[in-house]
Design a binder for this molecule. Structure first.
Ligand code: SAH
Length: 245
């Protein structure tokens, strides 16, 4: 029996004996690029029904189908962590999306801030990157991707039960260290907030400081690129409050 190596994200429900059609792109990848065919075993997940071992039962140039054999992992609830980030240049935003999925973020929320300088945020493209990253890293969930919203509007409607770990570059060397803050925090959902290349404006800083659910932290004495800051803050959260413990 061939080892199941390829892992695909699908939309259909998964269950014993369930037949799952492939998209044209998946059929091309599996049969054209990977040269697999009928009988090949593949792992499937859809973000809801766990992970399933499935076998190719139909292989065409542009289409194909699989049949679910057995469940290999049950669906589990991921840590409740969101990432709020100002979109930066395309390649760097793609990087943030990919790494956030690998680091177990369950929702990606782009925010428009005073100094956000990037082109339009493409939600459909980000969703495709989420699927690819989830296939590759073994995630069982698909992080939700939201449309970009102004930071102000997001804060006005914010559920105060979800604390915000705010990476504030102006507090570098002054604000509390995130490790200590997270180690002492009780259970509950969080979001990490990362600013754009231009940083946060003074007005934004004043506003953010008025909310009890916002916790400003410094990520060391050096100024990090937005994508580095996102990775660093998510890593700290996973180590202290998430599934790295
Ligand atoms: N242009 C700004 C830097 C922005 S860095 C300046 O020169 O001051 C982009 C984002 O990464 C920041 O808005 C912040 O969210 C985060 N960040 C970078 N370095 C940081 C640090 N040392 N501490 C906390 N947050 C940081």
């Amino acid at each position: 029996m061939a080892m199941a190596k390829i892992r695909l994200c699908v939309d259909q429900p998964l269950g014993a004996g369930q037949s799952v059609p492939l998209t044209e792109a998946q059929a091309h990848y599996l049969f054209g690029v990977m040269r697999e065919g009928v009988g090949t075993q593949v792992l499937l997940f859809n973000g809801r029904d766990g992970e399933w071992l499935a076998e190719v039962t139909e292989a065409g140039k542009r289409k194909g189908a699989l049949t679910c054999l057995e469940m290999t992992r049950t669906q589990s609830a991921p840590p409740d962590l969101w990432l709020l980030f100002a979109p930066v240049k395309k390649a760097r935003t793609d990087f943030i999306v990919e790494k956030a999925v690998e680091l177990g973020v369950s929702r990606l929320q782009p925010v428009l801030t005073d100094y956000t300088n990037s082109e339009r945020f493409r939600r459909d493209k980000a969703e495709a990157h989420v699927r690819e990253a989830a296939e590759q890293c073994g995630a069982l969930i698909l992080a939700e991707v939201e449309d970009a919203v102004p930071l102000d509007r997001l804060l006005a409607a914010w559920d105060p039960a979800r604390r915000i770990l705010w990476a504030d570059e102006a507090g570098a060397g002054r604000n509390s260290a995130p490790a200590a803050l997270l180690a002492d925090a009780g259970p509950g959902p969080w979001a990490v907030l990362i600013g754009p290349e231009g940083g946060f404006s003074d007005a934004e800083r004043d506003r953010l400081r008025t909310f009890d659910f916002v916790h400003p932290v410094a990520l060391g004495p050096r100024i990090l690129r937005a994508e580095t800051a996102a990775l660093a803050a998510l890593t700290l959260w996973q180590a202290h409050r998430g599934d790295w413990r």
